[in-house]
Design a protein around this ligand. Structure first.
Ligand SMILES: NC(=O)c1ccc[n+]([C@@H]2O[C@H](COP(=O)([O-])OP(=O)(O)OC[C@H]3O[C@@H](n4cnc5c(N)ncnc54)[C@H](OP(=O)(O)O)[C@@H]3O)[C@@H](O)[C@H]2O)c1
Length: 344
């Protein structure tokens, strides 16, 4: 029987992607939708300014949106996917966990907390058991798992593939699509014919979240990876797909051919939304490109290319679809992991 799920912040950009992924999902059934007070009481069709690239599913369109309050969500809903602004997530997500709901969240609040698992299932699925520590410490019947920032998700799987060579320093420069800022994030007058070399708070997310994702969990405590990560983030006028230029120095010698092989062989996860091939590696140095390659693996694959030796170690480019692999798909994948591991 399908698990009854809800979406917090269902009317937004990521919320709409969640609806697209959850409506046909074989393991989940959409049973609750929430948004702000201004949307509460309306049908989803009335409340959501639907901009996704497929029609609103009829059954979801007819559902009534409720306020984002634990008392407004049916108690037989087991799992909530949260795509709330982080300030709102900070205020309300814990209340849902206290009320017994399991939350798989996109929002950045709490991602670096010691007892909140930050998970990419293909990279650090074992961190999910940090939930036992979380429940002991917080006394929650529910639980909270987070997925990382969209630009962190793009390069961390490629680092995980190279980890056996001893990661020492990583420099990453991002070229991030406008959808990452949400529909109202960057105006056309700001971004057309332009690039913006700053995204507030983003560098810090790449630098800290990567160390947590690549850290180790001994069943009681999580230790951050000691790799040094430096990031520089740029907004460019693409719609979807974050492209990143990465420089990696490793303790052991690593050739471009060795890195390509390690990335190609890095395993995917055995979950419904995991792609068969997690990292697609191109020989053509002009790939990956956002428009051509962001939908590989139904938008859930990472792609890499241009692997070469540089003055600053190994250099390569990588790409992921920021609202699929980087946001909605990442949360759904964590929901599948929660189910697989008996947390629902
Ligand atoms: N866009 C991306 O690529 C991306 C990637 C990774 C992570 N994220 C994160 O995902 C989250 C959502 O991003 P988004 O781009 O989908 O944002 P968005 O389009 O602005 O959507 C925000 C959602 O939250 C609801 N909301 C706003 N204020 C609220 C309040 N006070 N109480 C309850 N609900 C409220 C909105 O409902 P109304 O429609 O009623 O206002 C809407 O459903 C953010 O934390 C963002 O940082 C986004």
């Amino acid at each position: 029987m399908a698990v009854r799920v809800g979406v917090l912040g269902a009317t937004g950009a990521v919320g709409q992607r969640l609806i697209q992924l959850l409506d046909p999902h074989p393991e989940f059934e959409i049973a609750a939708l929430t948004a702000s007070e201004s949307s509460a009481g309306k049908t989803y069709r009335q409340a959501a300014k639907w901009r996704a690239d497929s029609p609103i599913p009829d059954d979801v369109a007819a559902m009534t949106v409720s306020a984002t309050d634990p008392d407004e969500v049916p108690s037989d809903v087991d799992l909530l996917f949260s795509s709330l602004p982080s300030s709102v997530g900070e205020a309300v997500e814990s209340a849902f966990c206290e009320a017994g709901y399991v939350v798989s969240s996109n929002s950045s609040n709490g991602r670096m907390d010691d007892d909140i698992p930050l998970v990419i299932p293909e990279v650090n699925a074992d961190h999910i058991d940090l939930l036992e520590v979380q429940r002991d410490e917080r006394g929650w019947d529910g639980a909270m798992v987070k997925n990382p920032n969209c630009s962190t998700i793009t390069f961390v799987p490629t680092l995980a593939a190279l980890e056996e060579y001893g990661l020492e320093t990583v420099h990453v420069a991002t070229l991030q699509a406008v959808s990452g800022a949400g529909y109202d994030g960057v105006t056309s007058m700001e971004i057309i014919d332009n690039a913006i070399p700053h995204i507030g708070g983003e560098e810090d997310k790449l630098e800290t979240e990567s160390k947590k994702l690549l850290g180790s969990f001994d069943g009681a405590e999580l230790t951050l990876n000691d790799v040094e990560v430096g990031a520089s983030c740029n907004r460019i006028p693409t719609i979807d797909g974050h492209l990143e230029n990465v420089f990696v120095e490793t303790a052991e010698e690593l050739s471009p051919a060795g890195a390509a092989e390690a990335m190609r062989e890095y395993p995917s996860a055995d979950l419904h939304s995991s792609p068969d091939q997690l990292i697609e590696v191109f020989e053509d140095p002009e790939r990956p490109q956002p428009r051509l390659d962001r939908t590989l693996g139904n938008g859930m694959s990472i792609s890499a290319g241009g692997i070469r030796e540089s003055t600053f170690g190994l250099q390569y480019n990588c790409l992921a679809h920021n609202t699929m692999r980087g946001a909605a798909g990442a949360s759904v994948l964590n929901g599948e992991l929660l189910l697989e591991n008996g947390y629902l």
